[in-house]
Design a protein around this ligand. Sequence first.
Ligand code: UDP
Length: 319
Amino acid sequence: MKLLVTGGAGYVGSVCAARLVEEGHEVVVVDDLSTGHADAVPDGATFVQADLAEAADDLLADGVDGVLHFAAKSLVGESMTDPAKYWDGNVVTSLRLLAAVHRHQVPRLVFSSTAATYGEPEQVPIPESAPTRPTNTYGATKLAIDHAITSYANAHGLAAVSLRYFNVAGAHGRFGERHAVETHLIPLVLQVALEQRPKVSIYGEDWPTEDGTCVRDYIHVTDLADAHLLALKHATAGEHRIYNLGNGTGFSVKQVIDACRLVTGHPIPAELAPRRAGDPATLVAAADRARDELGWKPERPDLETIVADAWRFTQGRTK
Ligand code: UDP
């Protein structure tokens, strides 16, 4: 297929673009490089550096078989202090993209949604049928885009899939996580192991969980990318399907730090810090729908494997 990958110079986008190229698809990556890296675009993909909202029409004019839409602002904390950046950067841009998708009769769309659309869960593991009450602006913008996609599928026959990621981690060969401002737990802990920072903060030890620290469902980025390939294949005209992507197992912040100690052999000093605003205590996916309907099977669900791949990437090794 000929595919447009938006945000393909970012972490998840670059891994998906790499997997699509590996599978023989013709891939065009568009990215404004506001947070991505040009050298993360895989060999074999065509790279266009552009503002997506402005370039969408030109990029789709020649006809494409599908769009994988990753381009987004994705820092929860920043979304609370600078909401305009998220409503414009995520929602307005995506509405422009959707209008162009419709104008140029693109048949399918796979969208990078998030567990943050659910907010504080009533039920764990969280099924796709759970109420969507995001507790932060980032999640609210992703949910708004999900609603717009549903409308386009219903009205115009778009074959659409939204994939709601839980905590993505790990690396795929030379493609991994490198954010200018790092806020995610595993890369931060690994920076301590590399002695780029002295210690890691644990955001609260008084959560209603077994060891008092927050529990998350970590998923390997290669498994995540593979779900996108399956979503492309199974997308059905006129339907907007939503799938959670996680392993269904929760690990606490302390368990993650312990796994990092084991993998790196570094003592990784940790200190207690106040809770971070907007953090739910526990987020774990019920991902049976993706397994049943897409035939998705995570190959790397083990936390130590995920951390080991992230560690290899962090050290600058690709094998
Ligand atoms: N966390 C932490 N210290 C840090 C960064 C994160 O204790 O320096 C916690 C955070 O409160 C959350 C979990 O680790 O409970 C995962 O956070 P991350 O930002 O990686 O992902 P999120 O779940 O927010 O998407």
